[in-house]
Design a protein around this ligand. Sequence first.
Ligand code: PLP
Length: 285
Amino acid sequence: RTVYVNGDYLPETEAKVSIFDRGFLMADGVYEVTSVLDGKLIDFDGHAVRLQRSLDELDMASPITKDDLLEVHRKLVRLNGIEEGMIYLQITRGAPDDRDFAFPDPETTPQTIVLFTQNKPGLADNPAAKKGMKVISIDDIRWGRRDIKTVQLLYPSMGKMMAKKAGADDAWMVQDGFVTEGTSNNAYIVKGNKIITREKSNDILHGITRAAVLRFAREAQMEVEERNFTIEEARAADEAFITSASTFVMPVVEIDGVPLGDGTPGRVAPRLREIYLDESRKAAV
Ligand code: PLP
């Protein structure tokens, strides 16, 4: 695989980052995951805008312009022959001479930028979407700025492992009785014809897929309500689903061992998945 590191395209075995990198020592970095369908980028613009916002919120300069970033994405897709898959992008505050809590001077410590591709043939036709997934609920004990897409992913990883141990696929996190989001996705329930999802705040990541799916839902005259919901309300819902760049729209058929409806994907989530895949393919770059 050819990867990108600080301006160079290299075989992955030759790519190197310093042990003093603040991404490695302090999780001082941000990331984006963009999916690729038909060899094209889905929602590149949304991801580039959110990346800039994450950098701004952390007072981190960007080592690359948006136009160059698009070029790097496209070149990696081409060099690695990706038809379906993902591109992972990470920017960290770089590698100062020594470990220190204070931010280094960006003039002398350039940011580190890394991109690599993940080949996932069959991503759009994922059979898991036909079956639906199972989630458990866990406490949300993450920090208070989940709107910034940082590489601090230890608790979400632990949540994923708790789900696996319980025989489920993912965990929905709950704060003060209300669902925030999944370990790496936004969470939704469906009651009747109404799609309900938590409103945007510092409590959740502002999903790029979320924005697109809510737009497509409204355009299709579906009712959308952005409000908090409890895990009890979710367990009693007609349907549930998640969204993310790598799963698109994925039905949830069981919460904490309680099947939703008849325990198979309902009407709304599969329809939204189809609309999302159709529309975002048309708009892909
Ligand atoms: N919420 C969290 C915590 C995530 O990590 C992600 C994606 O990684 C999402 C939501 C979904 O965001 P997007 O649709 O931009 O992939």
